[in-house]
Design a protein around this ligand. Structure first.
Ligand code: PMT
Length: 240
C-alpha cells in the first residue's frame, strides 16, 4: 500500500508501505477499561478489563499521527505520551456522556471498553447491611449501548467495535457487526493467556465483506496492526 491524500473531509491520511498507514490529522476517540456501577458507598458491579488494549490502541493511533481523546474507565495505567486528552470516568452513564461529547466532529471511534451491561436500579447512599431487606436481590436496569448510539449518529465517525467472546467467535462477531451497523468489529478470544486482563491478545477482525485473523502478540503489537487496518479502511472511505 502506498500513496495518500485528502479524504474529502480535510483529513490527510497516508500510508508509506504495507501495514504502515498513518492517521495524520485525524481525530480519534478511544474508550477503554471497565465501568464500575456503584451499589452503595463501598460496593460496585465491575469486570476484569484492565484498560491495556484500549491504552495500546490510543498509543498506536497517536504514534500514527492522530489527535487522540482517551475516555478511560477506572484503570491503573499511565496516559500514553502523545494522547492529547484523557477523560476519566467511572460508570457507564459517565462514559456515555464523555464519549458523546468527544465524538462530536471526530473521524474515528474505537470502542474497546468493557461497558457494564447493567447498573443497579437504585443506588443506596448508606452501606447496605447484611440481612436487611434488599440485600439479597439487586434490581438491575440496562445501561445504554454507547457504541450503538455513536453508530446511529448522523453524521457519524468511522466506528470500530470490540467483542470478547469465548465461543462461536466468527458467527457472533458478524451478527454484532450487522446489528450495531459497525464499520469494523474486532473479536478477541478470551482465555487465561489472551484477552481481558492479559498482556497479550489474539483477535479476528471483521468488516462488511471480509475478515483477517491477527495471531497472539502483545497488546501494543496487536494495536499497531489494528490501527494500520483501521487507517486503511477509513482512507478507502468505507465509513459512508
Ligand atoms: O482492558 P483489557 O484487559 O486490555 O481487555 C480488553 C478487552 C478484552 C476488554 C477488549 O479488547 C474488548 O474486547 N472489549 C469489549 C468487551 C465486550 O465484550 O464487549 P461487549 O460484547 O459487551 O460489547 C461489544 C461492544 O459494544 C464493545 O465495543 C463495547 O465497548 C460496546 N458496548 C457494550 C455495552 C454497552 N452498554 N455499551 C457499549 O458501547
Amino acid at each position: 500500500m502506498s500513496g495518500g491524500g485528502d479524504d474529502g473531509r480535510g483529513v490527510h491520511v497516508k500510508s508509506s508501505g504495507r501495514d504502515s498507514a498513518t492517521l495524520a490529522g485525524a481525530r480519534v476517540v478511544v474508550n477503554a477499561g471497565p465501568t464500575y456501577e456503584d451499589i452503595d458507598p463501598v460496593r460496585f458491579l465491575g469486570n476484569r478489563s484492565s484498560g491495556k488494549m484500549g491504552f495500546a490502541i490510543a498509543e498506536a493511533a497517536s504514534l500514527a499521527g492522530a489527535e487522540v481523546t482517551l475516555v478511560a474507565g477506572p484503570v491503573a495505567l499511565a496516559t500514553p505520551a502523545k494522547v492529547v486528552l484523557r477523560v476519566d470516568v467511572r460508570s457507564a452513564l459517565q462514559m456515555r456522556d464523555a464519549v458523546l461529547e468527544a465524538v462530536r466532529g471526530a473521524d474515528i471511534f474505537i470502542a474497546t471498553a468493557a461497558v457494564a451491561d447493567w447498573r443497579v436500579a437504585e443506588y443506596s447512599s448508606h452501606k447496605i447491611k447484611k440481612g436487611t431487606r434488599g440485600a439479597r436481590a439487586l434490581e438491575l436496569v440496562e445501561n445504554p449501548d454507547i457504541l450503538a448510539e455513536v453508530a446511529a449518529l448522523d453524521p457519524r465517525p468511522f466506528v470500530v467495535g470490540f467483542a470478547a467472546e469465548t465461543e462461536r467467535v466468527a458467527e457472533r462477531a458478524r451478527k454484532k457487526l450487522e446489528r450495531k451497523k459497525l464499520d469494523m468489529l474486532v473479536a478477541n478470544l478470551v482465555d487465561e493467556h489472551v484477552g481481558i486482563g492479559a498482556d497479550d491478545n489474539a483477535v479476528e477482525l471483521f468488516w462488511p465483506g471480509g475478515s483477517e485473523a491477527l495471531p497472539r502478540a502483545s497488546k501494543l503489537e496487536i494495536a499497531n496492526a489494528l490501527v494500520a487496518r483501521i487507517a486503511g479502511r477509513f482512507r478507502a472511505g468505507r465509513h459512508a
